[in-house]
Ligand binder design. Structure first.
Ligand SMILES: NC(=O)c1ccc[n+]([C@@H]2O[C@H](COP(=O)([O-])OP(=O)(O)OC[C@H]3O[C@@H](n4cnc5c(N)ncnc54)[C@H](O)[C@@H]3O)[C@@H](O)[C@H]2O)c1
Ligand SMILES: NC(=O)c1ccc[n+]([C@@H]2O[C@H](COP(=O)([O-])OP(=O)(O)OC[C@H]3O[C@@H](n4cnc5c(N)ncnc54)[C@H](O)[C@@H]3O)[C@@H](O)[C@H]2O)c1
Lengths: 204, 204
């Protein structure tokens, strides 16, 4: 089992490698880009099978392939979005998910004005179709983009449909059964960090 | 100086308190909602001045007030967004920032078709107005919502205008001077975590 900080850094190495064109990459190059120590990079990569050659570095293709396997990049993961508002529509349109093997197969809403409209190439569906779509596309992840007042109710619905992973954008803690994984993405939390750090700098 | 894990949890306590209507709250209540241990909550709150009364708990108003101070919530922070695309528009419209004292004062783009259009109640401005707006509104934070190929160039521009904090949504590491703070928000990183955890569960 990978330590969590190592796992988090391996994700950043994977992202960096998408832009590296050379055949080999050194731990110094990765370390400099991420402003961390080269020993840390070597230690993290020692969890993988790919080894580095002294003075030459790691073979980029081999590292990429092994990290793809670790994150299951090549395995297509079907995702549904609930909430076709501002955030839900931005996510449904986002082409960046493709390179991680993530495909948004459907988007849902409970507002009659939105149902039947197009968001990207998807038609907004009513919630009554959720179960049928989850079964048909073997959907693994449900993305919650509804206001916080409706988020728990939507989580219950996703769980009832057999979804095992929830990506939650609503700023609220959700209650779900033990076997359902939740990743919370309250982006205002980072803004608070930035605000706090700027405050401290000005000596408030 | 607060340890980073404590700081991260205090942000979650602050968010929870927004929805608490009782006069007092116990460490057990907070712990249960966040699925952590009550001792951890008491230890975190011991960094604050507000103390809990045995059997009664912490006075909600006092806790809120002290956490507001810690995060500088009451101090209005002016923010600009560069990139009036899908994500930039969703952020410009987001009313949730107000309760953290964050105000989006302007949004910029380099696409002539977008300049002059309305996003929320803001007119999309050309980049040549960035410096004037940053000075006039004493803007502290610049939000980068442009494609990763333009992100570094936009970061350089924000730094040249005197911005001290950058909230970066583009999936790339940015180079900025030591005195500029960066918080990266590559939301696809969380999707990778979810995908990896689901993979492991299925025993792939
Ligand atoms: N927009 C942002 O930049 C942003 C930033 C941070 C967090 N968030 C969070 O993301 C969530 C969505 O935000 P938004 O700005 O897109 O809001 P929005 O109001 O634009 O969209 C919400 C959508 O959810 C739909 N909806 C409401 N209840 C529903 C239900 N029970 N079932 C199905 N659909 C339902 C609405 O009809 C609407 O289309 C909110 O919880 C918000 O706090 C948004
Ligand atoms: N949409 C999402 O859900 C999402 C999710 C994760 C990450 N991101 C990241 O957020 C960023 C924005 O994504 P998006 O989906 O909103 O893209 P988008 O294409 O909808 O919007 C990008 C906007 O930036 C503008 N732009 C490009 N170069 C510019 C420059 N040099 N100066 C000023 N404006 C410029 C474009 O004209 C466009 O309006 C990207 O880096 C993307 O990888 C988006």
């Amino acid at each position: 089992m990978l330590p969590k900080p190592t796992f988090e850094r391996l994700k950043l190495y994977h992202r960096l490698l998408l832009d590296v064109e050379e055949e080999y990459v050194s731990s110094e190059t990765i370390a400099k880009l991420l402003k961390i120590q080269p020993e840390q990079v070597r230690k993290d990569l020692s969890y993988l099978r790919t080894t580095g050659k002294p003075k030459v570095g790691y073979k980029v293709e081999e590292l990429k392939k092994e990290l793809d396997e670790l994150f299951g990049i090549k395995r297509e993961t079907a995702v549904v979005i609930v909430g076709a508002g501002r955030l839900g529509s931005a996510l449904a349109n986002y082409q960046g998910f493709r390179k991680y093997g993530i495909e948004v197969v459907a988007i849902f809403d409970n507002d009659p004005q939105k149902i039947g409209q197009f968001v990207s190439d998807l038609v907004v569906l009513p919630l009554k179709d959720l179960k049928r779509v989850v079964k048909r596309f073997n959907v693994e992840i449900g993305v919650i983009c509804v206001p916080k007042e409706s988020a728990q109710e939507v989580a219950n619905l996703l769980v009832a449909c057999g979804i095992k992973g929830i990506w939650n954008f609503a700023p609220i803690e959700l209650e779900v059964p033990e076997d359902v994984l939740i990743v919370n993405e309250d982006i205002t939390q980072s803004l608070l960090t930035l605000k706090h750090l700027l405050n401290r700098r000005r000596g408030r």
